[in-house]
Design a protein around this ligand. Structure first.
Ligand code: GLY
Length: 373
């Protein structure tokens, strides 16, 4: 149990934790030079446990579903506390394929989803195009997942930060350079101006950079680069998210705001590097245009690259560490936006009561051999 906490990292995960902790009466400080400028700034905002579900990741699926269940209430609360809208879109998601191999992969995905009892409907091309008339006539079929939604990640971060500050969270716009450990216990952060932020507990929520903060035990988090595009003028083009396999390559199109469209994303193992490449942009646009030809008419807004915090099992790392007083919440990989509500809840519960809720126990910090509980 703790009365004060300092959190390294002001992305969605860090600020989500901060807000929940402040609501429980803790004194909270968030340390981040540019809150929300990392992976949260790039995220497409898909709330997609089902279309992200993969073999061997059933426990992650349960956590994702638990967080999705919390989303409507979470959004309502954040919007009320901040007076800002976050663009929750509950239209559903289509996954389309273009050739026989794509359709075989979708069929396999569908079989796996059905075995898990997930709600997924197989659609003919005609049925898919009835739902999304802008889809290419060349698609060979689709899966419809009505329960996979989306939210505007940047708006959600702005609202969450505003709600957190209104609840008393202090935001220090500086970089944490190391963990302070006093008599074997984490007791604060040293900042890049040499000052120290002290607290009874420390949370590291630095995404892909969590392993780079000196003093933090090794977590096994690595950067997985994603390049992602934003376009404008897409009002009415798509109702909901469309994911596609285009001759074996994955692409997704996520509408948000009045007329915006996100096209994402590359998945690259390139270390700490964020170059936007001609090839990355080309591949995304080529495949997006194959899915929806109308994409060629849209206005260019931006291309950026950020790091997803990847882990060996693609699941987050949440909970206490071998250093007393030090808690981590990182490794959210492809599901950071989706996992924001459940992560905030469980870490606040841990800090307020000393107990990590059961829903998070499979995601505890791996031991030195790298294995989970
Ligand atoms: N959540 C989608 C991605 O990581 O690209």
């Amino acid at each position: 149990m703790t009365g004060s906490v300092v959190i390294a990292g002001g992305g969605l995960i860090g600020v989500g934790i901060a807000w929940r902790c402040a609501q429980r009466g803790l004194r909270v400080t968030v340390v981040d030079p540019r809150p929300g400028a990392g992976a949260s700034y790039a995220a497409a905002g898909m709330l997609a446990p089902v279309t992200e579900a993969a073999y061997g990741e059933e426990r992650l699926l349960q956590l994702c579903r638990a967080s999705l269940d919390r989303f409507p209430r979470f959004v309502e609360e954040v919007q009320q506390a901040s007076g800002l809208q976050v663009g929750l879109r509950t239209v559903g998601t289509l996954v389309v394929g273009f050739d026989a191999d794509d359709m075989a992969a979708l069929q396999e995905q569908h079989e796996f989803q059905r075995q898990l009892g997930l709600e997924v409907e197989r659609l003919t091309p005609r049925e898919a195009r009835r739902r999304e008339p802008a889809l290419s006539p060349r698609i060979r079929g689709a899966l419809a997942v009505d329960g996979d939604h989306s939210v505007d990640g940047r708006s959600l971060h702005a609202a969450l930060l505003s709600a957190a500050e209104a609840a008393g969270v202090r935001v220090v716009r500086r970089r944490a350079t190391s963990l302070v450990v006093h008599e074997g216990r984490a007791s604060g952060l040293v900042l890049d101006d040499g000052s120290t932020e002290s607290a009874e507990s420390v949370v590291v929520a630095l995404g892909a950079s969590s392993d780079r903060l000196p003093g933090v035990p090794r977590l096994g988090v690595r950067p997985v680069k994603g390049q992602i595009l934003r376009l404008a003028g897409a009002g009415g083009l798509l109702r909901g998210t469309v994911r596609a396999l285009v001759h074996g390559r994955q692409v997704y199109l996520v509408p948000y705001g009045q007329d915006r469209l996100i096209v994402g994303a590359t998945v690259e193992e390139r270390g700490f590097e964020t170059t936007v490449t001609a090839g990355g942009v080309h591949d995304l646009l080529r495949d997006a245009v194959a899915v929806v030809a109308g994409v060629t008419e849209l206005e260019w807004v931006e291309a950026i690259a950020r790091w997803r915090p990847g882990t060996p099992d693609n699941a987050p790392v949440i909970g206490p560490t071998s250093v007393p007083g030090l808690v981590v919440a990182t490794g959210h990989y492809r599901n950071g936006v989706l996992l924001t509500p459940v992560t905030g809840d469980v870490v606040a519960e841990l800090l307020a009561t000393g107990v990590l809720p059961d829903v998070a126990s499979p995601f505890a910090v791996p031991d030195l051999t790298g294995s989970r509980p």
